[in-house]
Ligand binder design. Structure first.
Ligand code: ADP
Ligand code: MG
Length: 609
């Protein structure tokens, strides 16, 4: 041919290997293809305009690579692509597109205009196509990059046009698609104009966190925790919501695999499992997860619109996502903050991540605490010069500051559901009311206590530091044969965990000592609870440390049940201890420890704005 073109038409052999299907269903699918092309072209700025729910216009302008005249003409041919060449390339796709179908498909069902120019060239190319027929090709002046206008979608296929929904519905799909693309590539600046009005202008060079803030507001970020996890060549990053806030649908679950918005059954499963026992079955978290792995570990050639992918090693992906979520939920809040924040109320302690001192004012009944926060701790002195209390957290080694403005990496930070809080009182003889910087919290002290005991015990056990306390009077416990069998089979483990249990003939056992933190529990009910807990965990197919954990869960429950009323100072202690746990939001059995209501929600309920 003589002329070097970057785009080429795929051979029939390759075409046959490609999952075929309709790519343009509605205006939002055209928007998806155009924005993905812009991203593949390396654009750092993408400006979108839509009119009349996309029926009249979907326009995408980018400052990416642009095309020369030959490429521009080829780009609207079917199966013409610059992104793959042969069959093997399908196995390792690093771009968003690869089928070479989108522009041809869109141009065949619209009045289509392509204006494009390569960087450094003085003239660009303009191509006009009407319902798939080339109407004009000419030189045209334009900035480097590509602009595509899609007008009157389906004008030549009335049956398809009829099936479009109302303008509002189509617009909702367009906005959602814009948001998905905006989330997928935060470094690219993006804007969206709807019927002439700018609805989004998102700065270029943003981090994932900036992008979330720009799209959903600073308040939204406060309920998210950063995810930053690596397993071999796989990375899982992003943000996930704390269990305190959840939704009744899965509409806020975004997963990007190598930059592509996508789904896979194994991902949904992993997200559910990551929140196992943290959320009731009918509630769903918000997640924004970026999975990066070697392209040949992912098959994107599954679905015509590439909505679903398959993984070569789904188990590894599943485990990495579960661990990433679990680790994130044990970390510090995202630094929401910034201007426009509610100023601290008169007399209230300021919101400051630098406050690491535990301060209890001596004025009942309105005591206020500052909770230890590790996020910005440097060395063993807080930025304000206050020395850190000696036992801030066993999980946070001193002299290992986490980077400023970011929740720290693996295992470092203490999660605190609040920066400061005040115990307001107790209601119903049970629930504790706390005021925090953002609203109020109802705490179930039993559930909270279980969580605290559980984490303390599991940490001690892991370090081989469990202390045992002898009982004044050893107790003989008779069990049902089935329960007795479970205890018998695990006698060694019980001993390792600090339980002094020995056989006493038949189905009877003698308990002469317990781990110190469980010494309040009654040995009889405790053993029965433990066998039931193990049975349940076994039936659920629990893995890993399930046996130890189910024993500890039962022990926590039994020893909390055995306690009488908590007095105010015990409650205050509990609030402090709970704020230091890794998973403060639920008890070890998955019941909530805290129910949070924000001042924003209250204002809404009272009709204030
Ligand atoms: P695919 O993206 O699957 O390759 P498309 O039909 O979407 O197929 O695009 C065909 C080709 O046109 C692409 O491979 C690319 O080379 C070129 N192209 C499309 N959009 C752009 C753009 N915005 N900037 C630069 N090149 C583009
Ligand atoms: Mg494409």
């Amino acid at each position: 041919m003589g002329v070097q073109t970057h785009i080429r038409v795929l051979s029939p052999h390759v075409i046959n290997k490609i999952a075929a299907g309709e790519v343009v269903e509605r205006p939002a699918s055209a928007l998806k293809e155009l924005m993905e092309n812009a991203l593949d072209a390396g654009a750092s700025q993408i400006d979108v305009e839509v009119a009349a729910g996309g029926r009249k216009l979907v326009s995408v302008r980018d400052n990416g690579s642009g095309m020369d005249r030959d490429d521009a003409i080829l780009s609207i041919e079917r199966h013409a692509t610059s992104k793959i060449k042969d069959v093997d390339d399908i196995e390792r796709i690093a771009t968003l597109g690869f089928r070479g179908e989108a522009l041809a498909a869109i141009a065949s069902v619209s009045r289509f205009r392509l204006l494009t120019c390569r960087a450094g060239e003085t003239t660009g190319t303009e191509i006009l196509i009407t319902g798939g027929k080339m109407a004009d090709v000419r030189d045209a002046g334009c900035p480097a990059g590509t602009a595509i206008d899609v007008r009157d979608l389906f004008f030549n296929i009335p049956a398809r046009r009829k099936f479009l929904r109302s303008q509002e519905t189509e617009l909702a799909h367009l906005r959602e698609m814009f948001i998905v693309q905006a989330l997928s590539h935060p470094a690219a600046g993006m804007s969206l104009k709807v019927d002439g009005r700018e609805t989004y202008r998102l700065a270029a060079g943003a981090t994932a966190e900036d992008r979330l803030r720009d799209l959903f507001g600073a308040d939204y970020l406060k309920n998210l925790r950063p995810v930053d996890f690596r397993a071999g060549a796989m990375a899982v990053r992003g943000h996930v919501s704390v269990p305190l806030v959840s939704r009744s649908d899965r509409n806020e679950q975004y997963v990007f695999v190598n930059g592509r918005a996508t789904s896979a059954p194994v991902l949904s499963y992993a997200i559910r499992e990551g929140y196992h026992a943290l959320l009731p079955g009918n509630r769903h978290p918000s997640v924004f997860l970026f999975l990066d792995l070697d392209p040949d570990g992912v098959d994107v050639n599954v679905h015509p619109a590439k909505k679903e992918v398959r993984f070569r090693h789904p188990i590894d992906v599943r485990d990495a996502v579960i661990q990433a979520i679990r680790q994130a939920l044990g970390s510090s809040p995202v630094q929401g903050g910034g201007p426009g924040e509610r100023p601290a109320a008169e007399g209230a302690l300021p919101r400051s991540a630098a406050s690491v001192q535990l301060r209890i004012e001596d004025l009942p009944p309105t005591r206020t605490f500052m909770y230890p926060r590790m996020a910005t701790g440097a060395g063993d002195t807080a930025p304000g010069g206050h020395p850190l209390p000696p036992s801030v957290s066993p999980a946070a080694p001193q002299g290992q500051p986490s980077p400023e403005g970011e929740a720290g990496p693996a295992g470092l930070p203490v999660s605190s559901p609040w920066v400061w809080c005040r115990v307001v009182g107790q209601i119903g003889g049970l629930y504790v009311i706390l005021e925090t910087e953002d609203g109020y919290v109802l705490m179930d002290p039993h559930a909270a206590h279980e969580r605290v005991l559980f984490e303390r015990f599991m940490a001690d056990f892991a370090d081989g530091r469990v202390q045992t306390q002898g009982l004044l009077i050893p107790e003989t416990v008779d069990l049902m044969p089935k329960d007795a069998n479970r205890i018998r089979k695990n006698l060694e483990l019980f001993k390792k965990m600090g339980f002094g249990i020995s056989e006493f003939g038949g189905d009877s056992f003698v308990v002469d000592s317990l781990p110190s933190c469980f010494s309040a529990a009654q040995p009889g009910p405790l053993l029965i609870d433990i066998t039931h807990s193990m049975e349940e965990a076994g039936a659920r197919g629990a893995t890993g440390r399930w046996r130890e954990e189910s024993i500890a869960q039962a022990a926590c429950k039994a020893s909390v049940k055995a306690r009488d009323k908590l007095n105010l100072s015990e409650i205050e202690r509990l609030v402090v201890d709970l704020a230091r746990t890794e998973m403060p939001y639920t008890c070890p059995h998955g019941r909530p420890t805290l129910i949070f209501t924000s001042f924003g929600d209250l204002n809404k309920k009272f009709g204030r704005e």
